[in-house]
Design a protein around this ligand. Sequence first.
Ligand SMILES: Cc1cc2nc3c(=O)[nH]c(=O)nc-3n(C[C@H](O)[C@H](O)[C@H](O)COP(=O)(O)O)c2cc1C
Length: 185
Amino acid sequence: MPTDTAPGAAAASGRPAASGVSPAPGVSAAELREAMGHFATGVTVITSVDEDGQPVGTTANAVTSLSLDPPLVLVCFDLGSVTLRAIRGHGAFVVNVLAAPQQHLSRNFARRGFAAAWDGVRHRRGPTGSPRLEDVLAVLECTVEHSLPGGDHEIIVGRVQHAETSAAPGAPLVFFRGTYASLCA
Ligand SMILES: Cc1cc2nc3c(=O)[nH]c(=O)nc-3n(C[C@H](O)[C@H](O)[C@H](O)COP(=O)(O)O)c2cc1C
């Protein structure tokens, strides 16, 4: 391919790419956050255990079902996450899917290393030792299968060892355009 028709060369010169596809101009963090904010998600609290055996957790919506066979999910963690550090050491975590009335849990677990987030939160240790929150819509107990780089985040692929859903599921907690939303809005 002649060098002056390579996408990189076109982008560098400011000309459209020869294929007619405009070169990607790149987006700012604010633009990406704004655009992805239109992708409505559920909200989870990812829990694990730190090196002192204390429970840790973080609110997360970058959570995706990855594979049915084997059963895999993935979670994307900010590289500075205290919970990520604990998961690397413990090798296991729980995905706790929040219900609509659990907005307070989402807010508390979105505070870095905030041990008081656990005050009054009913939970029990599952088979892998990570805390399972009571009264959530679903729990997926995972062991770490892979860890992959993802820019300023780390992608943790978890193998689902146990999955349970609430016997009386209510409405989910939803996050949309930077705020909590109702499915019925
Ligand atoms: C709705 C919502 C979704 C979030 N999703 C993620 C996420 O997917 N990954 C992440 O690293 N942080 C996410 N955060 C931010 C973390 O919860 C926040 O940085 C927290 O302080 C990290 O705690 P830790 O450092 O104790 O683990 C989210 C926050 C909110 C409110």
